[in-house]
Design a protein around this ligand. Structure first.
Ligand code: SF4
Length: 388
């Protein structure tokens, strides 16, 4: 049962934190960024820090403060997503205290999707049990590979056996909505090894699969190794073959391919990520969190110490505010919406570009919307630019 902490405090201005000024507004997606990981993976360019101890407690306190001072206080949550970093690396009491603050400020709607990312090496039965009890109802496990050699190479802290154990513990705790993240095009990975990974993942019967191609981002150790010729990924043709194999295996197992890299059992799409892909509003909290509310995109201070300083001094937690005008928003709707199997409304697309993309066979209009064809999925950015 979903035993969310009481939202009864919301609207009480007696604590000096302000009115529920956004009560009655349509429910929004809420993102919470926890920035800590046990170690830094070699390919990671996320806002994550290999730190532990008292900095975690201070960051948690600052996050709770930021959330409780939110200008969006009172606006209900349709989804809440804890990402990172590794949310499950936080001590359980801290993780749940942040959730309680979010629930106080953004009362979840009845069937709200409340997700936490989790690293298989940072969870146990007690943690999952407490998370489920507190209201989390979805877990996204960063599996990445079922081969220990790959995991070691990637710098992950878990081994393959911990993925199966984590899935079993999550199920025991009552989670009936699980995602597994896997990556392909890993250094030295063969098509056969990727196929084994897909089979192992599908064999665990998650409700959702996120299957991403490893990208080498500048400023990562992997990128530098690649420049020195020490890290070689499968070539582009092999990557296409891996992607197509993923599509086939997922389809055979009954997953709908609803977004370029994401596959779901019926009604198990990530509702939180759908809000991003549909270019909807979302509130963001925590170090480095991005939000998009009332047409303004904000980015919080990234380093935990800088973020804490901003919260404690009462300064804005965001160091960047960008007004998203109509034309930029339209471009984002096209770029993000094309990733979805539902596509975008025809009216969003520029006519000449639409004709060109249709004649190339990269988009299909038969549903009454603009949808990428399987071939077009390999050229999503090019199509988006042509339609903008
Ligand atoms: S677990 Fe994720 S966020 Fe943390 S270092 Fe690895 S890739 Fe980055």
């Amino acid at each position: 049962m979903n035993q969310l902490p009481s939202a009864g405090g919301a609207g009480d201005s007696g604590d000096g934190l302000g009115f529920d000024r956004r009560a009655g507004q349509p429910p929004v997606a809420v993102y919470v960024h926890t920035p800590f990981c046990p170690t830094k993976c070699g390919y990671c360019d996320f806002n994550s820090y290999a730190m532990e101890g008292e900095i975690m407690a201070r960051t948690t306190a600052a996050m709770i403060e930021e959330i409780r001072r939110s200008p969006w206080r009172g606006q209900p949550a349709k989804t809440i997503f804890f990402g990172g970093g590794t949310p499950t690396y936080l001590p359980t009491d801290q993780l749940l205290a942040i959730l309680a603050a979010v629930v106080e400020v953004h009362p979840p709607i009845d069937d709200a999707e409340i997700t936490s990312e989790a690293n298989p090496g940072t969870v146990d039965a007690d943690k999952f049990g407490a998370m489920r009890e507190a209201g989390f109802n979805r877990v996204s496990l960063g599996a990445q590979s079922f081969l220990d050699d790959d995991l070691l190479r990637l710098g992950r802290i878990h081994v393959a056996g911990q993925i199966e154990a984590a899935v079993a513990k999550a199920r025991d705790a009552g989670f009936d909505n699980l995602n597994l993240d896997l990556m392909f095009a890993l250094p030295g990975q063969s098509l056969r090894a990727w196929d084994q990974n897909l089979r192992r993942a599908i064999g665990l019967e998650p409700e959702h699969l996120s299957l991403y191609c490893l990208t080498l981002e500048p400023n990562t150790p992997f990128y530098r190794q690649h420049l020195r010729g020490l890290l070689i990924q499968p070539d582009e043709d092999d990557q296409v073959e891996m992607y197509e194999l993923a599509r086939d295996r997922a389809a055979d197992a009954g997953y709908a391919h609803y977004e370029i890299s994401n596959f779901a059992k019926p009604d198990r799409e990530s509702r939180h990520n759908l809000a991003y892909w549909r270019a909807e509003s979302y509130a963001g909290y925590g170090p480095g969190a991005v939000g998009f509310m009332d047409g303004v995109r904000t980015t919080n201070w990234k380093h935990p110490e800088r973020y804490i300083e901003a919260v404690q001094s009462g300064a804005p937690t965001a160091f960047e505010h960008e007004s998203i005008g109509e034309s930029t928003h339209r471009l984002e709707q096209i770029m993000l919406g094309l990733r979805l199997s539902e596509g975008i409304p025809v009216a969003l697309a520029e006519e000449e570009g639409l004709r060109a993309m249709t004649s190339r066979g990269w988009v299909d209009l038969s549903s009454g919307r603009v949808v990428l064809t399987p071939d077009g999925q390999h050229f999503c950015s090019e199509v988006a630019l042509a339609l903008a």
